[in-house]
Design a protein around this ligand. Structure first.
Ligand code: ACM
Length: 517
């Protein structure tokens, strides 16, 4: 707009406000038209409207450390998006002109449940727990950011009404393979920030593989001195010190994301076998490996030193992982005979238990004698799995042809692999974990997780290009009941999220399946 036209425009907007008695301008969307992802359980719009100018303070009800941290972060968010400073209020009774964060214990049976109420002079976020309040704040943040990015004028107002919400699945995860290529602490933090926007609550770290060992083990320093020094393609690799790892665990926990550490055993272990000669049956260290083949390595099942190694690794990582799970891999141990594999797993499962963690493993673990509490991660072959579905274990769905973010979108995607087929955005969204595996009792499904294997993924832009927007769809599958999900409706809502990703400088695949707004 030229200067003169701009001036006329603002005078017109100002006069309109005067005529309407300073009512805030109509919001861009009513509450029930707002393109939230994940779609909340219930949205009840009202006729009220709140101008961001009407909000002046933020307060927490209940002296909860986590609420205070959230309030501080929300203050920063508000300043960034509205240019207005919120003051902290310790007034516990008067909520006028405030954003209130409040824990209400008898609110719901679900710990992530929340209510978000927007009236003409206050905003209330109530949760069963601090985690519930956090999920509600993320909904409020989407409301602010998307209204701002899609608004036509400079005055920001929000639609009134009430949202009550809770997730369908308890586990809504992402997995990052930091072994095939290594990613810095800063990259992982940025990924965590993006995941938290969409209410993802677990980040599984694939910390070891043939090409690299990525976490410091103090009693076994050569794992990182030797095994951490390269990656696919021969680059420099890298590893997290235990201090780095603790920093990531804390950063994720502040965003209510639980880190799940994985050490892949007994296959996918070339980096360990290159670091310590004694782990090999012939006592000779393997050469480091920088290719992308799988299924060629195995720990030596009959050597006692193998179990000392497993015990030290699981102990040290468990000590710095407050989450409930320890993932022991177990996939594609193609050169370990089945009987040896099962013997190895019996001992390794006992070691996980000794260190007070719940064992988690890829579905190949079904051949071993797994304790009932084991969490099995289903990934590929429905036929194998359907034959022996364990009845008492929980199942996490990571189906390669629906969840694997390293599968190419289509024939022109330059990154990624293709062995489970192309995975366009519609296919990644338009399915139901409950009906994927014949004969699996849907009550066994704890949720879903989207792995990003990194054979072809080298930097942060590569991560986000393959993850976004498909992982947004996975986040909605995990949160919103399948009876409320329709592709056309989701595609319309997603079309408003491109600008949100652009504003965050996130490189994503702007597929022509979506009519981006
Ligand atoms: C896997 O994709 N090998 C779990």
């Amino acid at each position: 707009m030229r200067h003169f036209q701009k001036k006329i425009f603002f005078i017109a907007v100002f006069m309109l406000m005067m005529i309407s008695g300073c009512n805030p301008p109509q919001p861009v969307f009513s509450l029930d038209e707002m393109p939230f992802i994940p779609l909340p359980l219930s949205l009840a719009p009202s006729h009220e409207v709140i101008s961001v100018d009407a909000i002046q303070s933020i307060r927490t009800v209940g002296a909860d450390e986590q609420l205070l941290l959230m309030a501080q972060n929300f203050k920063i968010f508000w300043k960034k998006h509205t240019e207005k400073e919120l003051i902290f209020s310790d007034n516990t009774t008067d909520n006028d002109h405030a954003v209130t964060l409040k824990i209400v214990n008898d609110f719901s049976t679900q710990h992530e449940a929340y209510k978000l109420k927007i009236a003409s002079d206050e905003i209330l976020v109530e949760g069963k727990t601090a985690e519930g309040v956090f999920r509600g704040l993320k909904t409020l943040e989407q409301l602010v950011v998307i209204s701002k990015l899609h608004g036509k004028i400079n005055f920001l107002s929000l639609p009134g009404g009430e949202i009550t919400d809770q997730p369908t699945y308890a586990y809504r995860g992402a997995m990052l393979d930091v072994a095939r290529h290594f990613f810095s602490v800063a990259d992982v933090k940025r990924y965590i920030d993006l995941l938290s926007i969409y209410k993802i609550n677990f980040l599984h770290f694939h910390l070891s593989d043939d090409q690299g060992w990525r976490i410091e083990i103090k009693s076994l320093p050569k794992l990182t001195e030797i095994g951490g020094q390269t990656e696919v393609g021969g680059g420099n690799g890298g590893f997290y010190t235990q201090e780095d790892f603790k920093e990531l665990v804390k950063y994720a926990a502040d965003r209510f994301i639980t880190i799940v550490p994985e050490i892949d055993l007994p296959g996918h272990t070339n980096a360990a076998l290159a670091s310590y000669a004694e782990l090999n049956c012939d006592g000779k260290a393997k050469a480091l490996y920088t290719g992308i083949k799988v299924g060629f390595s195995s720990l030596c099942i009959d050597k006692e030193v193998t179990y000392d190694f497993v015990d030290n690794v699981i102990r040290e990582i468990s000590e710095i992982s407050p989450g409930p799970y320890f993932h022991i891999g177990g996939d594609e141990s193609l050169v370990t005979p089945e009987e040896d594999y099962n013997r190895f797993m019996d001992r390794t499962l006992a070691i996980v238990k000794k260190h007070n963690k719940i064992p988690m493993g890829w579905y190949e673990l079904i051949t071993a004698d797994i304790p009932d509490e084991t969490l099995l991660q289903y990934w590929a072959k429905t036929e194998d799995f359907s034959k022996v579905i364990p009845k008492n274990t929980k199942i996490l769905i990571s189906a390669a042809s629906y969840n694997y973010l390293d599968m190419k979108y289509d024939s022109i995607t330059t990154l990624g692999l293709f062995w489970a087929g192309y995975l366009p955005v519609k296919k990644a969204y338009d399915w139901d974990p409950k009906t994927l595996i014949p004969d699996l009792d849907s009550k066994q499904i704890i949720g879903l997780e989207a792995p990003l294997w990194s054979e072809t993924i080298e930097d942060f832009d590569d991560i986000t290009y393959m993850a976004f927007p498909r992982i947004i769809g996975h986040a909605e599958i995990g949160w919103t009941d399948s009876s409320h999900r329709k592709w056309e409706d989701y595609a319309n809502r997603l079309s408003f999220h491109g600008r949100l990703l652009e504003a965050l400088k996130v490189k994503f695949y702007s597929t022509n399946e979506i009519n981006w707004k």
